[in-house]
Structures are given as structure tokens and as C-alpha cells.
Design a protein around this ligand. Structure first.
Ligand SMILES: [Zn+2]
Length: 443
């Protein structure tokens, strides 16, 4: 234990991320364990199936039974259990062959489990459990897959399939890093998820020049959340607060716990900008500037940045403003445009859908959902083309902070200051309890 990272159990709940997968798919159900109903196992799982000594169990449960019942065999025969972890390259069918199942049973099991889980996603570490009755009748097949999720199929008169998803515990962690060469290296050295370097770079682009402003004597302190099941981290950690101390300037970023990905950036305790990612956690697939056009093949100016994401993923306003246009614009496909002040505009293109309630002239806040990712217009696949224009000219959204300037004056309010105060207190508290939990090891 390095002392730089610590876990503090928390009773915070409901930290599930916004579901970005198409609704109704099996993946969607698995990605949101908190919303999956947890069915009881059917009564078919009789107590004697798990008790080691059936006759003793009968004795306990029927103390006044006549002596004859004590010598009777158990009413139900015990099922035989076969279980094994999945090895690289193995299919469910191959495992079921090894478990001794006939072709018809294997087909039925694959059909039942495949309805709730994409069986092509089986990989090493997952486990298969098969229960058969002594006469060879198939009773159940269960899959233990990622994130503590179990898919159980019971075979009686007709198959019953359940997805049992654990309720994850939210753990708050804090860490401190000294920035020597890069933010990425500093996080990695301090055992803080290095992926946060991307969040920080995107939020502070245009505010800090990472190459010029960092001289190797900066401290970075972070607070983040992880979801855990049986001590194992599931999903991606989520950043909650960052404080970057440059010596002569203190930058702080607060990400509120509302699933919008919206962040407020402070300099020496004052709001400098409020910014939301246009698509949560999406991969930046193309940057601003001259590039070879993916559809036309010639070199053209790319007037925005592209985020690759699944069709239907929510698209959010990056800053507060007023909706100035909703409709189609040639190769941009379906777009929403938002005016921020008089000279700055953001454009969200290739949308598959726009919320019914959204109308031109309406005010939106940073993080408000204004559409869904699609491939309308000229697009090679589902992606969001996000563009920032100042006086009609496209600017690089990742390095130009005029959008931030345009909205900063709206951002200074009491709740923003309260959020900063709360975040600072939580960081201190979590770092302090890290120190306390390390004491026994040091003595
Ligand atoms: Zn684009």
C-alpha cells in the first residue's frame, strides 16, 4: 500500500451512469444492474440440494415424525452439479458437451441463456454451472459473467431465465500525485486511474497549456468513485473532483453527481467555465483541422470534432445557451444549434433524433440532453460532429476557450461555490481517512 490511494466505504447509492445502449437489448439490462429486478430462485432449488446431509435435515425439520420416516430415502433425489471456468476460445456448446448434455439440451440451454446474454461475449474468467438430475434430466445451466452478473436458466415444463445482478457498493477514493513529466504518468505512478488524464485534458484545454504551464512541481489531488461488487471494481471509475495546484494558481474542477458529465472549472475559487462533454465517455474519433475526408477522400477542413458513439447515445449541450436552430443542413444531417451570447454558437450534427420538447428559442443548461447520436447527412457511421463557431468561423472546440468566455458570466452563482466547498471537504476527509487507515501498517 503506497498510502497515496485509499478506499473508504460509503453508503452513497444510485451512482449508476446514464445508460448509453439501445433500450431493450440484453446488454442494456446488464449495464444497469440497479434497475434489474432480482427474482428469487424458483422453489425448484430445494433445501436438500444444498444441504450436505439430507437425512439430518429431515430430522431437524420433522422432530415429531414417526420413526418410519427416518429410514425413508429423501423425497427428491439430489441433482448432480458440474461447474467450470471458461478457458480461452471455448464456446458454451463445447462446455455443455463436456458436462455431458445431449444435443437437444445443449440447444435449449443456448437458446435460453442467449436470450439474456450475447454468448459471443463469453471469455476466460466467466464460469458455467450445470445441474442434472441422476436420471440425466437437465435441471439448470448458469453463467457467471462480468461485473458479478449471473444468468440462470431453469428447465422444467418450460425454461425460466433470470438475470441476477448484484447491487454494487459505491466506494469513494482519493489520491494525490506530484506532476513530474505528464499528468498521465503522475496518475499512473500514484495508482490513480490514468484515464482521468483524458478528462482533465479535455476540461482544461484552452485554460492551461500543459506543456508550458507544468514545470514539475505541481500537485494534483483527485476524488473519484468506483462501483464494487465483492471487492471487485466493476465498470469505469468516475471522477468527482480535481484540484491542480500550479503554485501561483489553483485550478479545481467539480463534476456533479447528476450523470450529465457537466463540470464546473474554478480558478482560485472563482468559476471560470462550466462545460459538459457533448457525449459521455465517447471516443474522440476525429480532431479539428485539415484532414482527408472519410467519405469524399479529398483533403478538406474538418470544422469540428467527431465523437464515435453508439446510435441513440444522448448528446448534451456543452454550455448554457438558447436553441437557435433545429433541422436539416445538407451533409450535417439533422442538427441542433445553440447560441451562446451574441457571437458564439455550438452545432451538434448527424443526430438520429431530437427530443420532442426541444424548440427553437428555448434556453438550455450545460449538460441538458438535446439529441441522440446518429448518422444522418454525410457520415460513415454513427458519430457526433460537434462544432463551435465564433462570428460564424469554426474554431477548435478543444483548444479555443471563447465558448467558455461566452458562458462564464452566467456561471457565477451561489450553488457553484457551495459545490466547491463540499467537494474540498470531501477530498480532505477522504485523504485523512486514508492516512488513518494506514497507521496500523506503519506502527
Ligand atoms: Zn465531423
Amino acid at each position: 500500500m503506497t498510502g497515496s490511494v485509499l478506499a473508504m466505504a460509503s453508503d452513497l447509492t444510485g451512482a449508476t451512469r446514464e445508460d448509453s445502449l439501445p433500450e431493450g437489448s440484453a446488454e442494456a439490462a446488464l449495464a444497469t444492474p440497479a434497475r434489474v429486478a432480482l427474482p428469487e430462485k424458483p422453489n425448484a432449488v430445494a433445501p436438500q440440494a444444498v444441504a450436505g446431509a439430507p437425512s439430518a435435515a429431515i430430522d431437524r425439520e420433522t422432530p415429531a415424525a414417526p420413526a418410519a420416516s427416518r429410514v425413508s430415502p429423501p423425497v427428491a433425489p439430489l441433482p448432480v452439479t458440474w461447474a467450470r471456468k471458461v478457458a480461452a476460445g471455448e464456446t458454451l456448446d463445447a462446455l455443455l458437451v463436456e458436462a455431458g448434455l445431449a444435443a437437444a439440451d445443449r440447444a435449449e440451454a443456448s437458446l435460453a441463456l442467449g436470450a439474456e446474454y450475447d454468448l459471443r461475449r463469453l471469455r476466460p474468467g466467466h464460469a458455467v454451472t450445470v445441474e442434472t438430475m441422476p436420471d440425466g434430466t437437465l435441471r439448470s445451466v448458469s453463467l457467471d459473467v462480468e461485473d458479478g452478473v449471473r444468468i440462470e436458466a431453469f428447465f422444467g415444463d418450460r425454461p425460466l431465465v433470470h438475470v441476477v445482478a448484484p447491487d454494487p457498493e459505491t466506494v469513494i477514493l482519493a489520491g494525490e500525485a506530484r506532476v513530474a513529466s505528464s499528468i498521465f504518468a503522475a496518475l499512473d505512478d500514484a495508482e490513480i486511474p490514468a484515464r482521468f488524464a483524458v478528462d482533465l485534458a479535455q476540461m482544461l484545454a484552452g485554460t492551461i497549456d500543459f506543456r508550458r504551464d507544468l514545470d514539475g512541481d505541481e500537485t494534483l489531488r483527485l476524488l473519484w468513485k468506483e462501483a464494487r461488487v465483492d471487492g471487485e471494481t466493476i465498470g469505469e471509475p468516475e471522477i468527482a473532483f480535481a484540484a491542480l495546484d500550479l503554485g501561483d494558481a489553483l485550478y479545481e474542477i467539480v463534476w456533479p453527481d447528476d450523470g450529465t458529465g457537466r463540470a464546473t472549472i474554478y480558478l482560485d475559487g472563482e468559476v471560470v467555465r462550466v462545460f459538459a462533454q457533448p457525449v459521455d465517455g465517447a471516443r474522440l474519433s476525429s480532431v479539428f483541422g485539415r484532414r482527408k475526408h472519410p467519405v469524399y477522400g479529398n483533403v478538406r477542413m474538418h470544422t469540428g470534432v467527431d465523437f464515435a458513439a453508439a446510435r441513440g447515445t444522448p448528446v448534451r449541450a456543452t454550455a448554457a445557451g438558447r436553441v437557435s436552430f433545429i433541422g436539416r443542413r445538407g451533409g450535417y444531417g439533422r442538427v441542433v444549434e445553440i447560441a451562446h451570447g451574441t457571437d458564439t454558437m455550438t452545432r451538434y450534427a448527424h443526430l438520429s433524433a431530437v427530443p420532442d420538447g426541444l424548440a427553437e428559442g428555448q434556453r438550455v443548461a450545460a449538460g441538458d440532453m438535446i439529441g441522440r447520436v446518429g448518422a444522418t447527412g454525410t457520415a460513415t457511421g454513427p458519430n457526433l460532429h460537434y462544432e463551435v463557431r465564433v462570428d460564424g468561423r469554426p474554431t477548435d472546440p478543444l483548444s479555443d476557450d471563447r465558448l467558455a468566455d461566452a458562458v462564464a458570466r452566467d456561471a457565477q452563482d451561489g450553488s457553484a461555490v457551495n459545490r466547491l466547498t463540499e467537494s474540498r471537504a470531501r477530498l480532505e476527509e477522504t485523504l485523512a481517512s486514508d492516512f488513518a487507515s494506514d497507521l496500523p501498517e506503519r506502527l
